[in-house]
Design a protein around this ligand. Structure first.
Ligand code: ATP
Length: 234
């Protein structure tokens, strides 16, 4: 469904991605794990068109993707960014409706809103609250819910568990598995390697801009060197 070939990104003199190759198959959860500064966000931002790679090809459903972010959204690719970035001065409900801005199928938008409330009951409880006053975990749920309201096929999730309390981390990962069951494909970037590997079909280990390891997530979870490097604190 998504194929990234020989992707190279430079920020001035910094070579942030050095010939990355990844593949995501439809219906899967694919996790990218790696430490701070490995290039995880750069990879997602390249796919969503926010960062312009100097070299490489990104194709989606067999075609090279356009470089403009709004056209990438139109293709059915949605990024839920690190740091959530909800509209602080809009209510929860209005944030969710904003997520459907490219759609005009009113009835299905209403139905999807109900589905989002089922997935995140907390958002329904808070639907009239200003998004800026939500807790960090609730904002993460809202950012994910807003992304889903665009009815994407492929969701790019950047560090959804960042800064959340352990119980909430568990909830967020359960919800990611529920999203997969809604026939969505998920590319997940995480520092919480244990959780990210536990729910994924396939995984890549990114280190200093290169893929150090790839394979079935279950196998990577058994790999001693990976366990020592990334799962020490899990
Ligand atoms: P983290 O987990 O800390 O978010 P990451 O794996 O997502 O890290 P990136 O944010 O992709 O890593 O950063 C990769 C490298 O590129 C880092 O060395 C970072 O400092 C650098 N970098 C990222 N964005 C920029 C930018 N806009 N300008 C210059 N350098 C950048």
């Amino acid at each position: 469904m998504l194929k990234v070939e020989n992707l190279n990104v430079y920020y001035g003199g910094i070579h942030a991605l050095r010939g990355i190759n990844i593949e995501v198959e439809e219906g899967q959860i694919v996790s990218i794990i790696g430490s701070n500064g490995a290039g995880k966000s750069t990879l997602l931002n390249s796919i969503s068109g926010i960062v312009k790679p100097q070299k490489g090809v990104i194709s989606y459903k067999g075609k090279e993707i356009p470089r403009a972010p709004h056209r990438i959204v139109e293709l059915g690719i949605c990024q839920v960014p690190e740091g959530r970035l909800v509209f602080a001065n809009l209510t929860v409900k209005d944030n969710l409706i904003m997520g459907a801005y490219l759609r005009n199928d009113k009835k299905r938008i209403e139905e999807d809103l109900e589905k989002i409330y089922q997935l995140f009951p907390r958002l329904e409880e808070r639907k009239n609250q200003m998004a800026g006053t939500l807790s960090g975990g609730e904002q993460q749920m809202l950012a994910m819910g807003r992304g889903l309201m665009g009815d994407p096929d492929l969701i790019l999730l950047d560090e959804p568990s960042l800064g959340l309390a352990p119980l909430l981390v568990k909830t967020i990962f359960e919800i990611i598995e529920d999203i997969k069951k809604m026939n969505k494909t998920i590319l997940l970037v995480e520092q919480n390697a244990y959780k990210a590997l536990s729910i994924a079909d396939k995984a890549y280990v990114l280190e200093q801009g290169t893929i150090k390891k790839e394979g079935a997530a279950k196998e990577i979870l058994q790999d001693k060197s990976i366990l020592e490097a990334y799962l020490g604190k899990a």
